[in-house]
Structure formats: structure tokens, C-alpha cells
Design a protein around this ligand. Sequence first.
Ligand code: NAG
Ligand code: NAG
Ligand code: NAG
Length: 361
Amino acid sequence: MVATTQNMVFFFMFTTTLLLANGDSQVPCYFIFGDSLMDNGNNNRLHTQAKVNFPPYGIDFPDGPTGRFSNGRNTADVIAQLLGFDKFIPPFATATRKEIVTGVNYAYGGGGIKDETAQHLGARISMDKQIKNHRITILRLSYLIGTGSIVETKQYLKKCIYTVGMGNNDYISNYFVPKYYNTSSVYTPGQYAEALVEQYSSQLQDLYQSGARMFGIFAAGYSGCTPGMMSEFGVTSCVDSVNSAVKLFNTRLNTTLNDLNNKLLDAKFILIGTSLDYPNDINVTDTPCCQSASTSSKGQCVRNQVPCSNRQNYYFWDAFHPTEKISVVAGTKAYEALSPFYAANAIALSKDKEARYISEA
Ligand SMILES: *[C@@H]1O[C@H](CO)[C@@H](O)[C@H](O)[C@H]1NC(C)=O
Ligand SMILES: *[C@@H]1O[C@H](CO)[C@@H](O)[C@H](O)[C@H]1NC(C)=O
Ligand SMILES: *[C@@H]1O[C@H](CO)[C@@H](O)[C@H](O)[C@H]1NC(C)=O
């Protein structure tokens, strides 16, 4: 009894300090790199077909269609909320001068590890370009939190969480589109995974050089089970060839992240696994909630179409992207995986938030 009270007092003091130090969030800043699974509006001004700032996208989002490839929040939004940020991390394309202090979202629909990935859809911002955009942010930050000192700014960036989710498009919008890309004739799936992860590894080390230390890296999704891929292959169950190629990528990524952890001792790379487990109440896993245009393989919802009403029961929102409900599950898992990056004593605090956000979903 006494011990419990002491713990509670300690907990109270700890969280109070934390609140004073960082506002409401468990880390001061969160940077997001990725593709359409994380994009929150960067694509809107880009000349690309991979763009979704129209209804019914955002039907469950307070601001309506924002460019998120979802009916509501995406995984990065959920992580930001669980970390305690009171606003979503702003997209690079529109972030205001001061907003960048709490982080920036660089993710672009169509973005890949390889520059040419998704070029058949139009303009895109690959991982290399997202890293360049981050350098612009660092320069801006250096004048916001210091007097233009990059050294000082790097001290700040060490306290920020970075999540990176890349590789999906290098399969969906490259390797498995032989009409536009020759990668599948140049590389076996194993060689391709090796080449991709090698390039990815040097990109992550670039971020390390720029000051990043806390990395959450998303494994690629098993896109063979997306309705979009199944219809491209003309099958009604998961496309094994796609999933096994993705699996090779994920295995190699895991090994490489272990290597990076052994090499860069003051950094930590956490692999955030993906799974195809469905929550119990999800009973529609092979059909998207909204109807896709039959004239294209992009798998996006037809503009202004009325989507399914029981979105709680659907895994897929459109032919390639999950519903908000699935993003809440994925975001919560990711947040838990990232726990070594935030104070252990703050977990109880966040559990409250977690419960709140889950019930909102
Ligand atoms: C594959 O395409 C690239 C350009 O995208 C080209 O440089 C390369 O020569 C091609 N390789 C083969 C074997 O066709
Ligand atoms: C990554 O590799 C480690 C061992 O090297 C293993 O314990 C872990 O399960 C692997 N993670 C994934 C997601 O495959
Ligand atoms: C999924 O479950 C909901 C309610 O639990 C039910 O109304 C709906 O008919 C089910 N859909 C399918 C395809 O089984």
C-alpha cells in the first residue's frame, strides 16, 4: 500500500516534469518519411495521378479530404497522437516556419527507395528527395532554435523520433509493373531485395549524418494481399509471388538494421513489423470500401462516389490503402514498438491517450 502510494507520487512528479519540458508530447519532435501510407497532403500540388484530395477520401476526417490516402487518419497521424502531439505533424509542402519545430511529414504517395519508382504515374518525391527536403528543414530549424548553428540543431534532432516506411512502391509501382520497368528482368527477387536494401541503408545513414538517432523503420507491407494487386494478377486470393518478394526484402532489411545498430552505436534502428492479422471485427478483407476506377490500375476511389457505410468492417479503404481502423491498429503497434525512445514512466500516461484514440476510431 505504502509502496503503491510512493510510486504514484513518483509517477506524478515525473509526468509533471515531462509536461513542463515538452508540452504534452513524449518527445519534442517527430519526422516522417514514407509513401502514400504516411502522406498527409504533400502530393496535392504535385503533377501525379497518385493524388487523393477529393471525396470520398477523408470522409471520416474532421477536415475532409486532405490528401491522406484514407477515410480518416493514417498510421503516422495515429503515432503522432499517441506520442502526445496536440496537432498532426504538418506536411513539408505547407508547414509554416514555426510548425517545423515539432517535426515535419515528408512522405509522398508514390515515393520509393529508387528514384524512378512510380515515374509512370507522374512527378514523385523519392526517398532521396525527401532527405533533401529534410536538409532544408534542418537549415530553417537552425535559425529557429539557435543562431544558425547546425551543431546545436543536431543536438536537438537527437531527441526526435524518425519513422521511415519505404519499399512498398518499389514493388507495387516498379518491380511488378514490367510494362514500364525492367527491374524484374534485370534482378531476381533476391537480387532486387539486396539492391533495394543496400540503397535504403545508405539513405538511412544519410539521415544519421544529418543528426537522426532514433529510427523506427516499417517493414514493407504484404501488398500481394491488396485488392489492387489481386486484380492486376487476375486472382482472388493473395499473390504469393509478390508476398514472397516482399518477404525477402523484409528479412534483408532486418539483417541490415541489426548491422547498422552494431555499427552506429549512438543510434537505434527499430524494425516495425507488418502483419496480415485481421482484427476480429474485420470481416471484409478482399474488397475495398470504395469503388475504384476500372480504367486505371491506380486503385483509387472514384471521385465523389459514395463509399461503404460499414467502414469498421473493412480492411481496405481503396484498392491499396487500409481504412482508418486498420491504421489505428498499425499505429498503436508501431507506437508500442517505439517505446525504447520515450520515457518508460510516461507509458502509463500514454495508455490513457491510447484508450481514448482507439475509442474514437
Ligand atoms: C533497364 O532500364 C534502365 C533505365 O530505366 C536502363 O538504364 C538499363 O540499361 C535497362 N537494362 C536492361 C537490361 O534493359
Ligand atoms: C529480426 O532478426 C532478429 C534476430 O536477428 C529476430 O529475433 C527478429 O524476430 C527479426 N524480426 C523480424 C521482424 O523478422
Ligand atoms: C460483417 O459484419 C457485419 C456486422 O458484424 C455484418 O453486418 C456484415 O454483413 C458482415 N459482412 C460480411 C461480408 O460478412
